[in-house]
Structures are given as C-alpha cells and as structure tokens.
Ligand binder design. Structure first.
Ligand SMILES: NC(=O)c1ccc[n+]([C@@H]2O[C@H](COP(=O)([O-])OP(=O)(O)OC[C@H]3O[C@@H](n4cnc5c(N)ncnc54)[C@H](O)[C@@H]3O)[C@@H](O)[C@H]2O)c1
Length: 454
C-alpha cells in the first residue's frame, strides 16, 4: 500500500522526474521506527544527536568519530537519555572506520556531520551501501564532487537529504506561506547569506573545553572547526557556505520545480579581518598564524540569475566583527520582507513608503508545521529549527516519501561554492550554471513543506 501510494503520488506530483532519483530502497518500506547511525560526533553531530535521542521513533545504533573525546561526549549523551549503547567506530583514529559503520546490519539511515571535505565521499559510500543519507551542509567541495554525489544517488536510488535547517526557521517558513499566498505579488529579487562573525570559531588554543576564541591556533593545533574549517579560509576564495542563504531563497523561487539557476558570478573584497583579529584583537602579532595569508575575501558577494527572471544575491561575511544575520530579503511586485529589521512593506496594506513590524504577519502566516510542533521544537538547536530538519529526514524516511530537500537542491545549492570560486579566480566572470536536473526542472512540482507532516 505504502509503496503503491508512493509510486502513484510521486509520478503524479513530480511529473517526469526520474524515478530512480526518488525510488526508496527495497527494505525501507513503511516503518514506525528507524535505526540510525551518526558519522561525526563533533559540535554539530552532538546537536543532531540530541534531536535524535529526544525522539521515540529513532534508535541511535551506531556512532563514528576519529576523535575519542568527541565520541566519548556523544556516548555520555546517549547514557544521559537512558538509551541503549550504540556500536562505536573510529576510536583507533582510522579515517575509514565509517565504512565499517555502513556495513552494520539493519541500519535504516546515517547522518553525516563531519568536515566539509569528507561529505561527498562519505555520502557516496553510504549510498553505494544502500544506507539513506542525511548530510550536513555542504554536499561537496568541487564541481565534480557534486556530479559524483548526484550520479551515485541516481544510480543507487538511495534517499539523500541535505540537512539545511534554515529552510525550517519560523519566520522563513511564514514567509514561504506568504510567497505561496501571493502576498508579495510576482517575485523579482531575493537576498540571503551567511553573515556570521566566525573569528572565535576559526581560532582557539586547542583545548577541547574552550572551543571558541581561546587562542589563535588552527589546523592540527586547533580544536573542532578551527581544526579544519579555517584552512578553507586559507586556501579558498568564494561563497564558502551557501546553503543557509540560498536554501530558503530557492524554496521561495521554486528552483528545480519550474525554475532554475541560469548564471552566477561572484566578487570578493580584500581579506583583512582574520589577520587583524589575530594581530590586534588577540594581541598575537608574533604568532605564526598572524603571518598566514588568508585567501578568503572578508565579504564575498555572489549573484545568481534564474530562468524566470529573478535575481538572487548571497553574501558570505565571516571574518569581520558583526552581529549574526542571514540578511534575507524577499521582494516582488507587491512588496518586500527583510529579516534584518523584522519588517515588511506590502503595497495597499502598509502605509506608503513605510515599514510595518513583521510580528502580525508572522502570527497570521505561521506555518502549520510550526503550529503543530512548536512545543516539541522548544529548546532544540538554532531556535527550534534543528528539531524540524531532523524531523523531516526521519519522517520522510519512515514514510518512504521523497526527501523534502533533495539531491538536486543539495548539489545545486552547494555547487555555488566552486562556481563562485571559479568566477572570482577568472576575474569575477559570469558563468553558466549547470542544470543538474538535466531538464527535469521544467516539469517537477514543489513539494517542500506543503502540509504539517515534514
Ligand atoms: N546546519 C548547521 O546549522 C550547522 C552548524 C554547525 C556545523 N554544521 C556543519 O556540521 C559539520 C560538522 O561541523 P562541526 O561544527 O560539528 O565540526 P567539528 O569539528 O566540531 O566536528 C566534526 C567531527 O568530525 C570528526 N571527523 C573528522 N574526520 C572524521 C572521519 N574520517 N571519520 C569520522 N569522524 C571524523 C571530527 O573528529 C569531529 O569530531 C560541518 O559540515 C558544518 O558545516 C552545520
């Protein structure tokens, strides 16, 4: 029944979408409970683990990390929740121990929360082993990575979801309802980004108990993200973290479902913030980190053009002092919303040329998912949205349904990084954006968050 329902609803709702990209694995039909594994039990892995442990319909049966302290912290969490002890992998430091986890019998899925450079190969191995994947942002590093992840998903039919949590932010979802209700008229322009002062995340003194701002080490001497993320600021210049900004914008603009990205270019400012932080703010001008030449421009601005005529601007801004803001703007023929000032202006409703407070709109257009699960999301990471992204992965997997943030979303959103790098490297050149759907975008229909299920 479940399977028949899946096949009929998917072919009707998703038009000519290739069934191989959506086909669930045979053993995955209609389950009440899932046995899940987690690869990477670092800072993010532990947040996701909490969401898994809070659920009655998930058994965490396997954990893998090559850092014994992180693995130990995850095991202690399982104990605190009084759940059965999972099988563990990686304590010896074997970087490929996760492959043993993938061989564990009866695994219904795996969540990957490791450094960016490992996501593509780990997801590919999981999909080849027919273990459904929930992958932390981003999907891969190079353009080829993204094609490889896509092709593996298509060949194996293994479900894959990018765990992009900002799509589930309460105001972002209310705005989705407003877009769908036509409140903004026809969409014309969107903005978003990742504007987050990460200076204290990119450097520490390597002490596992002081991961933020305790020093100026990175790489092997750093801890958590300082151990790997900072190196990307040394080696790469581009929109390094696109999905938090582009995810909601892509859902608003129905990308891959009647629309697609056609062109991209990017500009990068000079890089000053990290050296200034080390030398002046941390007073470590003689430390070797102060002499490092960081390639990543402090503010990287990426522009995308869409088939239906919208433009999208993303800004990556992680090396300068600033309060956190993703900088969303949704603008159409009838008005606009900007998250920075929690304001909206709708022609004919708002006073001419004046902002209105967003609160009344938030209440009126609150998404059914949030109305239903707000209490459960209470206390979950990032203002509750981490509950929803895990919920979506688990429920879609249980129902054997298409993933709400699917393989095409994953690869196109993440491929913004290598394409923006290429644009900058080639003198801010405008590039054609590859059509990962190979034409399917014309007939696929939106499926993200249409009801209160996931
Ligand atoms: N969606 C969000 O809001 C959000 C927030 C934070 C981080 N993240 C993402 O989560 C991922 C992890 O980030 P983090 O902050 O937890 O970093 P982290 O450094 O704290 O954790 C990464 C973990 O992966 C482990 N690891 C490294 N190589 C491994 C291997 N070969 N096998 C098994 N484990 C391995 C490390 O030992 C570490 O414990 C990144 O992709 C990051 O971008 C997402």
């Amino acid at each position: 029944m479940q399977r028949r329902h899946f096949l009929s609803s998917s072919s009707a709702a998703l038009g000519a979408a290739s069934l191989s990209t959506l086909m669930p694995t045979a053993r995955a039909a209609g389950r009440e409970r899932l046995r899940l594994g987690l690869i990477g039990t670092g800072m993010r892995g532990q947040v996701l683990l909490t969401e898994l442990l809070r659920r009655d319909d998930v058994e965490v049966v396997a954990l893998c990390d090559i850092e014994p302290i992180m693995l130990g912290r995850a095991l202690a969490m399982v104990e605190r929740f009084k759940k059965a002890k999972p099988q563990t992998y990686g304590e010896s430091g074997d970087k490929l121990a996760y492959r043993k986890l993938l061989e564990q019998k009866g695994l219904d899925g795996v969540i990957i929360a490791t450094p960016w450079e490992l996501h593509a190969s780990m997801a590919i191995d999981a999909m080849n082993a027919k273990v459904p994947v929930g992958c932390e942002v981003v999907a891969g590093i190079t353009l080829q990575d993204h094609w490889d992840v896509l092709r593996t998903q298509q060949r194996t039919g293994t479900p894959y979801m990018l765990l992009e949590n900002v799509c589930y932010r309460r105001d972002v979802m209310a705005v989705l309802q407003m877009v769908r209700a036509g409140l903004f008229g026809e969409l014309v322009h969107l903005q978003g980004g990742y504007q987050h002062d990460l200076r204290a995340v990119k450097f520490n003194n390597g002490d596992p108990n002081k991961p933020y701002g305790s020093g100026v080490e990175f790489g092997a001497k750093g801890w958590s993200e300082a151990r790997w993320r900072t190196e990307h600021s040394v080696q790469r210049n581009g929109e390094l973290y696109p999905s938090h900004g582009i995810g909601p914008c892509a859902m608003y603009a129905n990308i891959h479902r009647g629309n697609r990205f056609t062109h991209i270019n990017a500009f990068a400012s000079k890089a000053r913030g990290l050296n200034d932080y080390i030398s002046k703010k941390m007073g470590a001008k003689d430390h070797p980190s102060a002499k490092v030449k960081f390639k990543l421009g402090d503010v990287v601005t990426t522009t995308l053009a869409c088939e239906n005529g919208e433009t999208i601007i993303l800004q990556h801004d992680t090396s300068l002092p600033r309060p956190y803001s993703l900088g969303f703007r949704v603008q159409g023929t009838d008005g606009l919303w900007m998250d920075l000032n929690h304001s909206i202006h709708i022609e004919g409703i708002s006073k001419p040329h004046q902002w209105e407070d967003f609160k009344a709109y938030q209440d009126k257009f609150d998404h059914p998912l949030w109305k239903k699960y707000a209490a459960k999301a209470e206390g979950a990471g990032h203002g509750g949205m981490d509950f929803f992204v895990v919920h979506a992965f688990v429920e879609a997997l249980k129902a054997n349904a298409p993933m709400p943030i699917d393989i095409y979303d994953a690869v196109a959103w993440s491929a913004i990084t290598p394409l923006s790098e290429q644009s900058i490297a080639e003198g801010f050149k405008t590039l054609a954006f590859p059509d990962f759907t190979e034409g399917l975008w014309k007939t696929r229909k939106p499926i993200f968050a249409f009801d209160d299920k996931y």
